[in-house]
Structures are given as structure tokens and as C-alpha cells.
Ligand binder design. Structure first.
Ligand SMILES: *[C@@H]1O[C@H](CO)[C@@H](O)[C@H](O)[C@H]1NC(C)=O
Ligand SMILES: *[C@@H]1O[C@H](CO)[C@@H](O)[C@H](O)[C@H]1NC(C)=O
Ligand SMILES: *[C@@H]1O[C@H](CO)[C@@H](O)[C@H](O)[C@H]1NC(C)=O
Ligand SMILES: *[C@@H]1O[C@H](CO)[C@@H](O)[C@H](O)[C@H]1NC(C)=O
Ligand SMILES: *[C@@H]1O[C@H](CO)[C@@H](O)[C@H](O)[C@H]1NC(C)=O
Ligand SMILES: *[C@@H]1O[C@H](CO)[C@@H](O)[C@H](O)[C@H]1NC(C)=O
Ligand SMILES: [Ca+2]
Length: 530
């Protein structure tokens, strides 16, 4: 065997001990000397329970304040156990869900008992990381004294601003959530990201026999990677091609909504409510930092997890190009082609990889225009335009507090359609107003004009253009005249010069009656003997 072959084998061997996508770059020697080669990379999976913040709700749900006795489901009439928050040996605070247990001693968080039945015993546990993470293995929650009969796992991907259900758990899914019970085994490649209700982790089997509630990640990975996760390449390929698959495993916060404790049977024994409560000894969250395939390390910096970004990216999740490296717009690294993927590095502005054409990160493509002999950016994004995407499109104006390579560099003018001459604005966002309109967006009227899908001169007001003859001015738009008057300012009597007086209004009718009466009187007068 030649030395070269031996070296190659050794290298292969080394490479295979490294997990896939573990290296962001390596120094490679070529004819022109050593150069860096870059690869898509991601941090190792870690136990994220070490970094999570726990909050339990409602306040006062943790037992021991005041001290309280409790029993167990197996031994319901031996109620010698006690929870006392003021005694370290008898206290069960939330941090016991994430501690490292030593000497086989199980430590757990515990709630108050179901004293106030029939009110439901509800508790929320919110887990926060302030970092986007991706699950890499099953989530495990260990319940002492029995698993809840009804529970929901929620997740947030935006630091707790919005939440969505992740999985439902119940001993009777139809009854609790009106959902058909499913198992992860029932899922296939097309509906793998479906949110299911499972009965597998809620049935009563004795509190000692089965303590675990899982959110199954392995089982879902196995749909693509095979039962023993041997074909991870298949999974990674799907991650790139299947919409929503990566996001399904991504989260910044998790929440357990405990909706009904273990009952140990079918019914709640109201005469012994001291045996119903929740107790959790451990929550395992195997996950990796989401760094968009631009970092192989994720470290605790100032108390927060941070991707150590490579490829000239930056940000908590390496979700931006570094300043000065925005010749192309930012892209996440790609798992494809396997095994090394594509790094999609950010290129230095003006570098050859940016084709010598600065587009300030608003375009990935340049094109040479032959007859002008210039290179110009193609399809500028983010509402920019121009040879270098350095201007704002018509109808947009430059955001003075943003750099030229900022995605929010162009702000929509937002001119009011009715009040403006057109939809363009000047460099500070002022639109060009039609007569009578005013304001940066031309959505108000100057004095003497009223707004009604545009500005129109006042018809009436309380000063100069008074409605006459008892008419009232309606929103500067028209005089509401008494029935016997008309005209813009009610200045004209309807009976003027005997015209227009025979319309059907009741008052006109009485005028007609009056006329008739006069006529009759006249007639009577002529008929009566003199
Ligand atoms: C748990 O969280 C849900 C969703 O935010 C909320 O509606 C519910 O009131 C919370 N329950 C408790 C006991 O705090
Ligand atoms: C989240 O982490 C960032 C640093 O990555 C920090 O600046 C910010 O204050 C943290 N936010 C909260 C709510 O803890
Ligand atoms: C997923 O699809 C399969 C086959 O179409 C179906 O049998 C299964 O019930 C679906 N699972 C869910 C949770 O809808
Ligand atoms: C990032 O920028 C530095 C400084 O210009 C350069 O040396 C390095 O090769 C760049 N890295 C990548 C991945 O482009
Ligand atoms: C202007 O740019 C700054 C800096 O990027 C950004 O924070 C702000 O939201 C932008 N303003 C608007 C109106 O988009
Ligand atoms: C835009 O128009 C407003 C109002 O007419 C004016 O105050 C402002 O100076 C103008 N800005 C520019 C950049 O011309
Ligand atoms: Ca513990």
C-alpha cells in the first residue's frame, strides 16, 4: 500500500469519526498554496435543559406554602408525606425539574393537591431559551406519582409572542380534545408534521411502572432515515426539500399545559383529594442551536446561547451577513449536496464572488449590458432599483436610519390615493397633495375643506357660510334645510312666486288645504243670501 493511499484512508477514517456537518472550514493545499474550503456546518446536539429558564403558572401552584400533606395513588390512605417550602428537605421548587440528580436521589417539582375540586387542577410550565433550537432527539418529561391524564405540549418559535400546539396527550383523545388518537407510527412522509393526539403516554399503568412522557423526534426522523437512523442523508435531503419540515423541529420556547393529573382509576375520589397533584423530576431537551448551517459552535455568552457564526455571517442565529459582506443577499447554508452541503457564504462587497458589481445585498445576480458596456444588478429586491440597487423604487423613499445594504432601506410612501396627486413621495416621505389636502400622506384637509374620499371646499360652516332660515350645517358638507326652504344655504323659499309649491309634503298639503278653504269660504260667501 502506498503512503498516499494510507494517508487517504486515514483521512477518511478521521472524517467518519466526525459527525456530519461538524466542520465549517478546513485548510486545503492546492497548487497555489493553502486555501480555506468552507462547508455547511451545525453545532453538536446538547442537553438544553442546562440552559432553560423555567416558569410555572399560576403563582402559588408549587406546593409547600403553606405546608401541605399528600398521599400517593398506590397508598391512598397512608398520607404521611409532606411538602414544606420552608424546609429544604421537604421543598419541591421548579428548579428540581432541571437539576443533576446525585446518588440516585430523585428530586422533583410538585404542585399543591387537588383541594379545590371540582375546579380543575391546572398548571403551566414554560421553558425558555431565548434562542432558536432544533430538536435532535426525543423530548422526555419524567413524572413522579403518575403521568397526567390530559396534557398539551405547546411551542413558540418567536420567543413566546405566538404559540402553537405541538402535541396533545390524553387517556381518551376523543373525549378530551375531540381528536382521533394517533401514534407517530401512523405518520408517513406526507403528514409527518401533523400535530397529533396520542394516548400512549397518559394511560394509567401504575405510577412506578411508566413515568415518561415523550415527544417523539426519533420516530419522526425514522420515517426518512430508517429505523436506526442510518440514512441521515435522506433526512437532510428532506429537510431542504420539504416545506415546514425543519421548522417543525424548531422552537425558542416550550410549554406544558397540565390539564388533569393522574387519577389511578376511572373516577376522582372526592373524599381523598390529597392524592391528586403533579410532580415532575426531570425534563430532557436534546437539541442543537439553530445557526442556519453557518456555525459549528454555540456558546453561552453573557448568559445566552449564541451561535459562533462563520461564513462571514452574524446574529444570534447567523441570520445576517456581516457588515461589508453583503455583495449577495444572505442565505442559510444547505445540507445539499450531501455529504458536505453548501455553505452559502456571505461575500465581501466588491469581491469577485459578487461579480464586481455591488448590489448592496438586494440582488444575487448581475448582468452585462453589451451596448452600454456596464454591469448591472438584476431584479433588485427589497423595493430597490438602479444599477447597484442603490435607489428606492417609485412609491418608496430612503430610510434615513438604515444602511444602504439594510433590507428595510426603502419605505413605502403610502400616499393617500384620494388626497395625493400620485403615489410617489420626496426623500423624507412627503407626498404631493391635491388642492385642499395636507399632511405627509395627504390624508388630511386644510382649513376650509372637508374630507370625503379627498378634500372638498366647505359648503357651509359656523362663521362665513352660515346655513340660513334655520338650516343646520352637516359636517361642512351640506345644509340640512327646513322643509319649506331649499338651496345650498337654504336661502330659497320653496313657495317663492307661487312656483314649486305643489309637491306632496304635508306642509304643502296644508297650504293646499288653506287654499281650498279660502276657495270654499269664497264659494259659501257667494252662495249665502245677501
Ligand atoms: C396556561 O397557558 C394558557 C395559554 O397561554 C393560558 O390560556 C392558561 O390560562 C394558562 N393556565 C394557567 C393555569 O396559567
Ligand atoms: C436574549 O438574548 C439576547 C442576546 O442574544 C439579549 O440581548 C436579550 O436581552 C435576551 N432577551 C431576553 C428577554 O432575555
Ligand atoms: C397520515 O397518512 C396516512 C396515510 O395516508 C394515514 O393512514 C394516517 O392516518 C395519517 N396520519 C395522520 C395523523 O393523519
Ligand atoms: C470572511 O471575511 C474574511 C475577511 O475578509 C476572509 O478572510 C474570509 O475568508 C471570509 N470567509 C468566508 C467564509 O468567506
Ligand atoms: C429604518 O431602518 C431602521 C434600521 O434598520 C429600522 O429599525 C426601521 O424599522 C426602519 N424604518 C422603517 C419605517 O422601516
Ligand atoms: C419633502 O417635503 C416636505 C414638505 O414639503 C419638506 O418639508 C421636506 O424638506 C422635503 N424633503 C426633501 C428631501 O425634499
Ligand atoms: Ca430532578
Amino acid at each position: 500500500m502506498s503512503l498516499q493511499v494510507a494517508l487517504l484512508l486515514l483521512l477518511r477514517c478521521l472524517a467518519s469519526t466526525l459527525a456530519q456537518y461538524e466542520l465549517c472550514k478546513s485548510l486545503v493545499s492546492t497548487d497555489e498554496g493553502s486555501v480555506w474550503e468552507h462547508y455547511a456546518c451545525q453545532p453538536k446536539a446538547a442537553s438544553m435543559k442546562d440552559y432553560m429558564r423555567i416558569k410555572v403558572d399560576p403563582p402559588g401552584i408549587t406546593c409547600g406554602n403553606p405546608p401541605e400533606r399528600f398521599c400517593t395513588l398506590e397508598n391512598p390512605y397512608l398520607c404521611s408525606d409532606e411538602c414544606d417550602a420552608s424546609n429544604p428537605d421537604l421543598a419541591h421548587p421548579p428548579q428540581l425539574m432541571q437539576d443533576r440528580e446525585r446518588n440516585g436521589l430523585i428530586t422533583y417539582w410538585q404542585t399543591v393537591t387537588w383541594r379545590s375540586h371540582p375546579e380543575p387542577l391546572l398548571a403551566n410550565i414554560t421553558l425558555s431559551w431565548n434562542k432558536s433550537l432544533e430538536l435532535t432527539d426525543d423530548l422526555h418529561i419524567t413524572f413522579e406519582y403518575g403521568r397526567p391524564t390530559i396534557m398539551v405540549l405547546d411551542k413558540s418559535m418567536d420567543h413566546g409572542r405566538s404559540w402553537q400546539p405541538y402535541q396533545y396527550y390524553a387517556d381518551d383523545c376523543l373525549d378530551a380534545f375531540n381528536m382521533q388518537p394517533k401514534r407517530v407510527l401512523d405518520l408517513n412522509p406526507t403528514n409527518i408534521t401533523r400535530v397529533i393526539c396520542t394516548e400512549q403516554f397518559s394511560r394509567w399503568v401504575g405510577s412506578k411502572n411508566e413515568k415518561n412522557v415523550k415527544f417523539e423526534v426519533r420516530g419522526r426522523f425514522a420515517v426518512f432515515a430508517g429505523l436506526r437512523l442510518q440514512q441521515m442523508d435522506n433526512l437532510y435531503t428532506r429537510m431542504e426539500s420539504m416545506k415546514g419540515l425543519r421548522d417543525f423541529f424548531t422552537f425558542t420556547n416550550l410549554r406544558l399545559r397540565l390539564l388533569r393529573p393522574a387519577l389511578g382509576g376511572t373516577y376522582v375520589q372526592r373524599d381523598n383529594l390529597l392524592k391528586y397533584f403533579y410532580a415532575i423530576s426531570n425534563i430532557d431537551v436534546p437539541a442543537r442551536c439553530k445557526c442556519n448551517l453557518h456555525a459549528s459552535q454555540c456558546l453561552l455568552v453573557d448568559g445566552y446561547l449564541q451561535c459562533q457564526c462563520e461564513h462571514n455571517t452574524t446574529g444570534q442565529d447567523c441570520q445576517r451577513c456581516k457588515k461589508g459582506f453583503k455583495a449577495k443577499s444572505w442565505k442559510a447554508g444547505s445540507y445539499l449536496p450531501t455529504p458536505n452541503g453548501t455553505p452559502n457564504t456571505c461575500a465581501i462587497a466588491g469581491s469577485p464572488s459578487g461579480s464586481n458589481c455591488e448590489c448592496y445585498g438586494h440582488s444575487n445576480r448581475c448582468s452585462y449590458i453589451d451596448y452600454l458596456n456596464i454591469v448591472t444588478c438584476v431584479s433588485c429586491k427589497h423595493n430597490t432599483r438602479g444599477q447597484n440597487c442603490q435607489h428606492c423604487r417609485l412609491g418608496y423613499y430612503r430610510n434615513a436610519s438604515a444602511e444602504l445594504d439594510d433590507e428595510s432601506v426603502c419605505i413605502e410612501c403610502n400616499c393617500n390615493q384620494m388626497g395625493s396627486v400620485h403615489d410617489r413621495c420626496n426623500g423624507t416621505g412627503f407626498c404631493q397633495c391635491k388642492e385642499g389636502a395636507i399632511g405627509a400622506k395627504c390624508d388630511e384637509c386644510v382649513a376650509g375643506y372637508y374630507w370625503k374620499q379627498g378634500c372638498y371646499p366647505d359648503v357651509c360652516d359656523e362663521e362665513m357660510l352660515l346655513c340660513q332660515n334655520g338650516g343646520t350645517c352637516y359636517q361642512n358638507q351640506k345644509c340640512i334645510c327646513p322643509p319649506e326652504f331649499k338651496g345650498v344655504l337654504c336661502q330659497q323659499s320653496r313657495c317663492e312666486a307661487g312656483k314649486d309649491c305643489n309637491s306632496a309634503s304635508s306642509l304643502h298639503l296644508s297650504t293646499a288645504l288653506l287654499l281650498l278653504c279660502t276657495l270654499l269660504t269664497h264659494l259659501l260667501a257667494t252662495l249665502s243670501p245677501h
